[in-house]
Design a protein around this ligand. Structure first.
Ligand SMILES: Cc1ncc(COP(=O)(O)O)c(C=O)c1O
Length: 381
């Protein structure tokens, strides 16, 4: 198998497995005051320190969640409830489904108003439009992702954080895809930050919402006083210990090696095939991602052929694959729906090898050429 879908999820690292094993032995409830509870609580707080340190933040700012989706929901719902029916949110048209799909509820049930910042060429954020909407729409919250899960395009979120701070506007960034792939100092100035463990070789079902300093959010998860009353519910200790170990292991991410492998793949495709577009290639993007569209070939057809040869990638995001409608991210780039259905996301990671890149180029050349030839033969009949 050649796994090229690291933006969907990453394999569990040995470090994360070892971290999780620690929590198997430390099974007390971290909220209990007796010895078993205190042991679990020590592991919980040690884990919080490790996540905070990897993200360049204070431990107190880390609220453990069930993942990136929950953290995004907590910020949007918590801010809307904190603000009341006058809530105004400024976001983008390419956010993850956990943001995008919350918007109708915010507007229809909570009376919120939502504006979206326009995109510039190749999926970059139109900063002039951002400044203009910040001034005229005067949002209570800006929510813009640090890195797009489908194209890998980066938004300049630290610069945005500074601009928001000047206008006293709260800023949330979904750093689920950025964390571990770009330095945390590129996104950690936001007021609220979303993180997820399973994109950094940790377990699924755990992540964090970072709430900086004294920023306030209405609580939307009720239960005990866990997470300093910011998210009720007994913590997922096995997940959290695995997340912390994965954070500690980020030094082994080999980001520059992955970038070189990704660039070699793209160069190999350019040398052997024509009539394709790599989306986001002209702007800043994640070092591991190639969003590519072979003109005239539905990604579903190409991915099925590649899968039979053991190559795993996805058409659009993992969440939208399997759905008949084209990805909202690609249509927001201005692609017609039929063209958006031609796009596929290839994302490499720490376990990708040179040999896999060579074999992948070979597979793409073989299948793209074969599908195109077959089509020409049919036309000729
Ligand atoms: C940008 C982005 N945000 C949020 C999420 C959701 O994270 P989780 O799977 O931890 O809920 C994902 C997952 O694909 C993502 O790519």
């Amino acid at each position: 198998m050649i796994y090229a879908d690291y933006n969907a999820t990453t394999p569990l690292s040995e470090a994360a497995k070892a971290g999780m094993a620690k929590a198997f032995e430390c099974w007390g409830n971290p909220s209990s005051s007796h010895r078993a509870g205190r042991q679990a609580n020590a592991l919980l707080e040690e884990s919080r320190d490790k996540v905070a340190s990897a993200a360049g933040l204070h431990a107190r700012e880390i609220v453990f969640t069930s993942g990136g989706s929950e953290a995004n929901g907590m910020v949007l719902m918590g801010s809307a409830l904190q603000c009341g029916s006058s809530f105004r949110l400024l976001t983008s048209p390419v956010e993850h489904a956990s943001v995008e799909k919350a918007l109708p509820l915010l507007c229809e049930k909570l009376g919120a108003q939502v504006e979206r910042v326009a995109l510039a060429e190749d999926g970059a954020l139109d900063m002039a439009d951002f400044r203009n909407k910040l001034e005229t729409f005067r949002p209570h919250l800006v929510s813009l992702m640090a890195a797009n899960n489908e194209t890998g395009v980066l938004f300049p979120v630290n610069a945005i954080a500074e601009i928001c701070a000047h206008t006293e506007t709260l800023f949330h960034t979904d750093a689920t895809q950025a964390f571990g792939k770009i330095p945390s100092t590129d996104f950690n100035r936001a007021d609220f930050i979303t993180l997820s463990a399973h994109k950094i070789y940790g377990p699924k079902g755990v992540g964090a919402l970072v709430i900086r300093g004294d920023r306030k959010l209405e609580c939307t998860r009720f239960g005990g006083s866990q997470e300093i009353k910011r998210r009720g519910g007994t913590q997922n200790m096995i997940g959290i210990a695995g997340f912390a170990a994965a954070c500690e292991d980020l030094k082994n991410s080999h980001v520059e090696t992955i970038r070189a492998l990704r660039d070699r793949f793209e160069a190999g495709i350019k040398n052997s095939l024509s009539d394709f577009t790599i989306h986001g290639a002209t702007v800043s993007r994640l070092p591991n991602t190639t969003c590519i569209r072979f003109h005239g070939i539905l990604s579903e057809i190409l991915l099925t052929a590649l899968d039979l040869d053991g190559f795993c990638a996805s058409g659009g995001s993992a969440c939208s694959s399997g759905s008949a409608s084209p990805s909202h991210v690609l249509t927001a780039l201005g692609l017609a729906p039929e063209k958006a259905k031609e796009a596929m996301r290839i994302s490499w990671g720490r376990f990708t090898t040179d040999e896999e890149i060579d074999r992948s180029i070979e597979l793409f050349v073989r299948h793209v050429s074969r599908i195109r030839q077959r089509r020409m033969d049919r036309k000729a009949l």
